[in-house]
Structures are given as structure tokens and as C-alpha cells.
Design a protein around this ligand. Sequence first.
Ligand code: HEM
Length: 236
Amino acid sequence: MKKNLFQKNLPWGIMAFLAVGVTIVALAPYVTLNSENFNNATTRYATESTLRYVGLFVHAFAGGIALLLGPFQFLDGFRKRRQNLHRWMGRIYLVSILIGGLSAFIIAPGMISGLVGEVGLMSLAVLWLWTGWNAYSSIRKGDVKSHREWMIRSFALTFAAATLRLWLGTLIATQLPFLQTKYSGDFDALFVEVYRVVMWLCWVPNLIAAEMIIQRRRKPQTLSSIGQNSPQTQNV
Ligand code: HEM
């Protein structure tokens, strides 16, 4: 069944809404420059080390730029009509990933989630930089198809900033009824336990979804190319 315009654009609309919404909500506490407004994981950054404190700001704002720009790079009409703007937004997106990814290595060691969470986010940072690099190098070679696929992977990882916050809220809500029985009323213990899991959950499913989207996009092309090369088609 053919999808109408609304149905076609709905997934993009939800993605863009979440990306913009999360950027605003996630960055709002840091704009105040008051560490009392930071969350359970980041309040201590202000007192621990200047490097990590600055790193957190650099990371958060670079990540925010990537998350804000990313969705618009996938709009076909916009890309075709405003090619130059698409290129510039792409460059800013990739530089933001470079800055956000490198600064993640400054702030990840010593996270409250411990080694499991640190390895989760550092793996994400490595993949974020790697997919960004591949998106860049493929377009420099003029390979548009490959560039598109790497950008899908790259943005799926950027979008981890949104899914992280969605998973965090959801898992905290599911654990709250057990606050007394399982965590002896200690909310910080509950938060750390959930945080550890979310450091993986925020990006692994995103990457799987990206791979599924890429495979689905490849399918019709494969079928049509089989069709073109089949003896029947050649006879026509
Ligand atoms: C996708 C790759 C990313 C990696 C590897 C990464 C890594 C990290 C790490 C290690 C922390 C410190 C967490 C802690 O101390 O518990 C952090 C915090 C933070 N990141 Fe990212 N990040 C990524 C993407 C983004 C994006 C796209 C944004 C855009 C909004 C963002 C915004 C933030 C903010 C605001 C914080 C402070 C914690 C909070 O308030 O939730 N990050 N990130």
C-alpha cells in the first residue's frame, strides 16, 4: 500500500522533534553555568577537575550542534535545493562529532557508572568518530551511496544522546517501585545501576536499527539490478 505524505514524513518528524527537544532539555542546565542544576552524574564535575569540567561543556555543546543539524541532512528536498548549505551543515556536523567524540575521552574515565559504563560510552565515542570519518572520506571520493549509509550509521550514534535520556527515564520509572526493597531507599544506588545499563542500551539498538534501514534501502536496488540483468529483461 502506498504511503501518503504525512505517513512518509512521520518517522523523520518524530526523530527531528526528539533531537531538537533533547538538545534543549539536555543543554539547559549547562547554560546556567550553575553546577547545582546539573544531574546526578555531572554535579561533581565542577569540583573534581578543571579539565573534565571544561571537557564536559565542550562535549555537551559540540554534541548538541551535531544532534540539532543531523536530522536536516536527511531531507531529500532540502539537500537537492540547497546543496551548498547541506555541505556546510555537513562540515559543521562532522567537526562537532570530532570535538564531541574526542572530548568524550576526557570525561568518560571516572564516570559514576564504573568500568561497564565507561567502556560502553568509550566504544560509542570510537564508533562515533569512525562512522563520521567514513561519511567524510566516502563523499570526498564522490561515493554518494556509501556516504549516505555512513551518515545513517553516524546519526544513529549521535541520536544515542536522545535514546539515552528516554531509556534513563523509562528504566528509572520501572525501578522506582523497588526503591525500598532492592536499593534500601537509596536513589543514588538505583540511578547508578540504571545508568550502567543505559550506557550500552542508548546506542547498540540504534546501530542495529541503522543497519536494518541500510539493508532495506539496498534491497529494491538489488532486485531491480537483478531484473535489468536477467535474460528476460535483456530480451525485451
Ligand atoms: C554519540 C556519542 C557520545 C558520546 C560517546 C558521549 C559521551 C559522554 C560522556 C562520557 C559523558 C559524561 C557522562 C557522565 O559523567 O556520567 C557525556 C555527558 C553528556 N553528553 Fe554526551 N556523548 C555523546 C553524544 C552526545 C550528544 C550528541 C549530545 C547532545 C546533546 C551530548 C550531550 C551530553 C550532555 C549534555 C552531557 C552531560 C550529562 C547530562 O546532562 O546528561 N552527548 N557524554
